[in-house]
Design a protein around this ligand. Sequence first.
Ligand code: AMP
Length: 420
Amino acid sequence: MTFDALGLSPELLRAVSDEGYTEPTPVQSGAIPLVLEGRDLLGRAQTGTGKTAAFALPILQRLKPHANSSFSPARHPVRALIVTPTRELAVQVEESFRGYGRHLPLRSTVVYGGVPMGPQDKALSGGVEILVATPGRLLDHAGSRTVNLGQVEVLVLDEADRMLDMGFIDDIRRIIALLPAKRQNLLFSATFSAEIRRLAATILSEPAEVDIEPAVTSAEMVEQVVYLVDALKRRELLAHLVRTRDLRQVLVFTRTKIMAGRLASWLDRAGIEAVAIHGDRSQPERERALASFRSGEVRVLVATDVAARGLDIEALPQVINFELPVQAQDYIHRIGRTGRAGAPGRAISLVSLDEEDDLKSINRLLKRDLRVRIVRGFEPAIGAPRASENGRGNGPRSYGGGSRSGSSGRTGARRSPARS
Ligand code: AMP
């Protein structure tokens, strides 16, 4: 199939061709005609499938009749609102709108927390047709009346599963209360969990569904290996691997932001330059951390699943799972950061005995067993208690991180969804 067959206008076809896209991805060929028809949509698609263009292109086309070059802000009310869980994703989505809309006189801007409101107020006051926002900051702007959402025609909830994980449900409901009742709604999520279905039922009206299977096959591109490790020697094994293999540009995943911060400090103290990236950091801090990682100044970037979403870094030589993710699906997201576009990548997972069930879930999802190795000196002690013997989550054991000071609070943090 080609983009021409989807009913997009010449300006959009030109932009798509400027981007170098030759054919639509499955989520694009599925969603674009439905969105153009004005249908509500429930889409299951992960980042990396081309889902941004799947909603941005038809939204731009639907807004095309409103395009104008008037200087009056009143002629540029917000007509499309895209809500995303993270600042990085918001920035990326707005950049995509700019790119795909480059031949149309439609305006867009992005607002997110952690930076001063002033410049955003200014961008909003000039009038924009397309607004990309994270929930909290959008409500701040609505509260201070720097934005009026009374003329929104299309609402997109992007990565809605993440928004629920991050506790944004009340904010989303508050935002929806500010919108006209009659509008088009698009909801994208990596999963169709019961919670997402419930949310969809309250927001979408007779939605069409587009369901793109998670890209398990892309996992085949990545050389994957599991190192069984003594839970108390996890940090040391990570440092050992980075040093002995001279690994650079290493993206390390932890489950919690507390662990991300601790691990980065520990690595730094151990002489391996590392930074953590998470939502508690201000936007300039996050940008500085990313820039120093990209330039090679820091060797290791430690991130949670949530923080890593929307981070514009890919095609990395390797990722390391310091801990396995809570959701097996996140393993695919994580390793998708490496081995892109035909470049070989490597994913290393450090797995302690108490993570056996998590490893099994990942193997089930991949439909094969990951290779398991041990490094002498770091192997789990024979007879070390297993989750099944110890009642994982309750015992006074340290789960990873090599924390020798006991684990109070640690296991609780581990069971809760990674937030940042
Ligand atoms: P997304 O899932 O929206 O984050 O997109 C993932 C990447 O795929 C982005 O870098 C897009 O520029 C790229 N992309 C989107 N659509 C296409 C397409 N039809 N052909 C080639 N690349 C695409």
